[in-house]
Design a protein around this ligand. Structure first.
Ligand code: PMT
Length: 219
């Protein structure tokens, strides 16, 4: 049997949107469904990789994948730190909240008077990818960028600042593409190379292309 292009490699994939607690029943979240991350996990397993999937969503995982469930950005960071040393590749497809509550309420928050609003005090979450970039020894680091404007400019800044080997940019302002859709349009950015936009295709097909590219770069 063909051992696959990623035989003997450990690939860590993150999927879904983080949930930042407001109180025991509410959270700040985003529209990530996990489809992209799960498709990448599947494509990596198909190429013989040992895959660790760190996920916020509860969908059936591909066979042979080790799954770690997390909720918040801080959980995700801790889970990644646990496995980073053994990873050959990390793919951050998760949509991580940039902010969390400074102090989530311990009990369900009550509505006060009829007219008053509510202010939540937020603090910044750590930038997980940037931290992984700083800690990099041999890992091939792949980030995503969800942008609504100046896609390429913003994406190339993220590629540099987070010390990534590959960045997958998507314009999430396009109807029918991006969050929770079947298909997507992505542009691949690599240090020192011209950005390459792939035609619209399913997230499954994109995942296959990404895994092929990553295995080529690992050599
Ligand atoms: O899950 P789906 O429904 O299939 O949707 C897929 C997707 C649109 C969520 C995915 O393709 C995507 O774009 N994921 C990244 C979303 C995001 O958080 O983008 P960003 O531009 O805010 O962050 C850039 C990169 O830094 C991302 O790889 C992100 O995981 C990472 N990040 C962001 C913030 C933070 N505090 N820590 C991080 O590591």
């Amino acid at each position: 049997a063909n051992p696959g292009k990623l035989a003997n490699k450990t690939v860590v994939v993150t999927a879904g949107g983080t949930r930042e607690a407001i109180d025991p029943v509410r959270y700040i979240g985003n529209h990530s469904s996990g489809k992209t991350g799960y498709a990448i996990a599947q494509a990596a397993v198909n190429q013989g990789a040992h895959v660790i999937l760190i996920t916020t969503v509860d969908r059936p995982a591909p066979a042979l994948v080790t799954v770690k469930h997390v909720v918040s950005a801080l959980d995700m960071l801790a889970a990644l730190k646990d496995v980073y040393a053994q990873a050959d590749v990390v793919v951050m497809a998760a949509a991580v909240a940039d902010y969390r509550l400074s102090q989530p309420a311990e009990q369900k928050m009550k509505k006060t008077s009829k007219t008053s609003g509510l202010h939540l005090d937020l603090v910044q979450n750590p930038d997980i990818l940037a931290q992984l970039g700083q800690m990099k020894t041999h890992q091939f680091l792949v980030g995503f960028a969800a942008e609504t404007q100046d896609v390429l400019t913003n994406a190339s800044k993220k590629l540099q600042q987070k010390r990534l080997d590959l960045l997958v940019a998507n314009d999430v302002s396009q109807p029918g593409l991006g969050f929770a859709t079947t298909n997507n349009v992505v542009t691949l950015l690599e240090p020192g190379k011209k950005p390459k936009t792939l035609p619209e295709q399913s997230k499954t097909a994109i995942a296959r292309e990404l895994i092929d590219l990553i295995s080529e770069r690992l050599g």
